[in-house]
Ligand binder design. Structure first.
Ligand code: VGL
Ligand code: ZN
Length: 192
């Protein structure tokens, strides 16, 4: 028996599974492309809402080093690096949420500066399953904001990967999510 049966009050939230966050990209997450198969299995499950967030920066974004930010230029809106990883079955995505699209503000969470919370509420979603990139940045922020929004949050552990700028960042982020009330699941324990 799968541990998690998903239905109309659930949503899958695929975070930033974009070319620039995968090996060969401008801000590559080690093993980032390895989440594509489990994410595609989840996208193929019927009966729930499927959301994909994307980092969608203007050129000259405040998070880029030339502007004093922490990162190399990445996920510039409309460029190849900002596309979803080509292996992702994007045709199954019901709702695309673009974030951090204003030059002067960064946003790691898919809820920050977007209509995601209202869209989920409007569709009666009570529980979100979070996967994608990166565990220690946008996955973490999205999962924690989901809790703040009053949602049940399940993190799909085999479908996330961390930047690990400092060793252990990913593991610490998972622990923080647990402490905030997020549950952990394996993708194989989720069924429609
Ligand atoms: C992210 C660093 C910079 C992420 C986005 O999607 O986790 N990380 N921008
Ligand atoms: Zn970014």
């Amino acid at each position: 028996m799968p541990e998690f049966a998903v239905g109309a009050s659930d949503a899958l939230v695929v975070v930033d599974l974009q070319v620039d966050f995968c090996p060969g990209g401008a801000l590559a997450v080690r093993g980032g492309d390895q989440v594509v198969p489990p994410v595609n299995r989840l996208l193929a499950l019927p009966g729930w809402l499927k959301v994909a967030t994307r980092d969608w920066h203007p050129p000259g974004h405040v998070s880029f080093r030339a502007q004093g930010g922490a990162w190399p230029p990445h996920c510039v809106a409309g460029t190849p690096g900002a596309r979803f990883h080509p292996g992702v079955d994007a045709s199954r995505v019901d709702l695309i949420v673009s974030k951090a699209a204003r030059p002067e503000a960064d946003a790691y969470s898919g809820f920050e500066g977007t209509a995601l919370a209202a869209d989920l509420r409007g569709r009666g979603v009570k529980r979100i399953f979070v996967c994608g990139l990166a565990t220690d940045y946008c996955v973490r922020a999205t999962a924690l904001d989901g809790r703040r929004e009053g949602l049940e949050v399940v993190v799909v552990e085999d479908a996330v990967r961390a930047v690990d700028l400092k060793e252990g960042d990913g593991a610490r982020a998972l622990e923080e999510m647990r402490r905030a009330g997020c549950r952990m699941a394996r993708s194989g324990d989720i069924a429609g």
